[in-house]
Design a protein around this ligand. Structure first.
Ligand SMILES: CC(C)(COP(=O)(O)OP(=O)(O)OC[C@H]1O[C@@H](n2cnc3c(N)ncnc32)[C@H](O)[C@@H]1OP(=O)(O)O)[C@@H](O)C(=O)NCCC(=O)NCCS
Length: 159
């Protein structure tokens, strides 16, 4: 990561629910504009399941793993992994974009998947993040449209 604040990556706790939810919602609304073009109905659709209730379940359910990147007292990133290697969340706070947060968080998720004995990780990427994931070793194998007409690229990486 770049110099500047010291980052700590740790598994999320129930106390993180409000700030992690806010981070994910801001990241989608502000950073994924090339995907949703600020069309309100699409943004609302993308945010509909990014609720505190769901974040609490993702953090607390056994077999579901959420990690956060702390920059001092605030969160800079949130990442999620299922027990079968699907990366479900990878979001950086807009103020911390392109400072190495997502790279470090993705490496942590991959390490965790390895520790579970999994052979690969998979994810579905927005157009916004596809180049980033390719640079981290993910390969695209399918491209579809999601429920809102946005490109959704299925990607995988052998661990
Ligand atoms: C693209 C994104 C995921 C990158 O996260 P980040 O924390 O800002 O990125 P990092 O600093 O960790 O990594 C930088 C890498 O991103 C890539 N990158 C650089 N500029 C980029 C750009 N304009 N667009 C996409 N990727 C870029 C490069 O590979 C760069 O690596 P390098 O520094 O070795 O060249 C993030 O900025 C983003 O837009 N998130 C939106 C939410 C999202 O779509 N999440 C994924 C859901 S599937």
């Amino acid at each position: 990561m770049s110099s500047g604040p010291t980052y700590v990556i740790r598994q999320a706790a129930s106390d993180d629910v409000p700030s992690a939810t806010t981070l994910v919602r801001r990241s989608i609304a502000e950073l994924c504009a090339p995907d949703h073009h600020n069309i309100a109905a699409i943004v609302e659709g993308l945010l509909i399941n990014k609720t505190p209730e769901n974040m609490k379940a993702w953090i607390e359910t056994p077999g579901s793993f959420v990690f956060v990147v702390e920059a001092g007292p605030i969160l800079a990133g949130v990442g999620g992994l299922t027990g079968d290697g699907e990366i479900t969340l990878l979001y950086v706070a807009p103020d911390f974009r392109f400072q190495g947060v997502s790279k470090a968080l993705l490496a942590k998720l991959e390490d965790h998947a390895r520790s579970l004995g999994l052979p690969n990780c998979a994810l579905v990427s927005t157009d916004t993040a596809q180049r980033f994931f390719e640079a981290q070793g993910f390969a695209s194998y399918d491209k579809d449209e999601d429920d809102f007409g946005m490109d959704a690229t299925s990607m995988t990486k052998a661990l």
